[in-house]
Design a binder for this molecule. Sequence first.
Ligand code: SF4
Length: 353
Amino acid sequence: MGATLPRSRRDTVRRRLLAWYRRERRDLPWRRDADPYRVWLSETMLQQTRVDTVVPYYERFLARFPDLGALAAADEEDVLRLWAGLGYYARARNLRRAAQIVVREHGGALPRDADALAALPGVGRYTAGALRSIAFKQPAAIVDGNVRRVLSRLCAAPRLPDADAWRLAGELVPARAPDEFNQALMELGALVCTPRNPACPRCPVAAACEARASGEPEAFPAPARKSRARTVHAVAGVLVRRGRVLLLRRPSRGLLGGLWEIPNVSDQSAAALSALVRERSGLRVAAGEPVGAVRHLFSHIDLRLGLVRLEDRGGRLSPAERGDARLCTRAELGELPLSRLMKKALAEAGLHS
Ligand code: SF4
């Protein structure tokens, strides 16, 4: 038997948390309209990403793709451009693919049942739970980092395996107002029951919290051992021909898939960089002097990217590669989907503001 919350405490938590949420909730753009498409978009953007960061992205995305049909009909590149800088780009590609499936197989309306939702690309247990509870008002559980921490503290459980967290969240979510309850649980974790210095004296569920009773709420959950980011060294080349910069498009699957970048290789070899440019664009180059370096942290990679100038040795963009290799003006750079890393690298080379 794992962590438990007795029925009487569950009732207290539900009642007090809902009352608190109705008083204190933040006015966030996706809370003004529980349209399933908007819930889906916001919950997808909020994964691994802070609320403040998401707000402007969410608003720009909705202005461009106001409904699921518009997203399904969009070019992948347009979708990626609006996502550029938000990270975890597979989320954007999956949203568009899933929108196309919803149009094709579900008449353009997001399905309401768990199995059909889970069959959509990018819709995991969390997103399915958020859609079912927030958009469709079903008593479905959701567990994210905030919810897991609150549950772990309510039960004073130093470790809360996935199965226990989902079971507890499922036992707690009420049949009435599951949308507000799930958002309340996440809001409590974001605003009150924070990882450091939880504000127990003003917490609405303090009376039902075992971690608080223990006198050391912050000790729950026990800190996870962090795996250190692996350091990767790479080199990227800047080729400028008649004021235009050479960019290549990454394959559409994998890290940063579908985004544009200056040519780069992870083994730091000048010969490998020149060969890549030749193979991907048809242009002949030789690696020249260093023009700077940038460092970028991905979740598991600490990337050190050296930048070198590429000397132009002639050749034309090969017709076969033109779709994935471009010589761009500075104005065009602003219109292509570029990752944060590439914006940093181009700025370091004096080509992007
Ligand atoms: Fe978190 Fe403290 Fe509230 Fe318990 S009482 S849920 S530890 S803020």
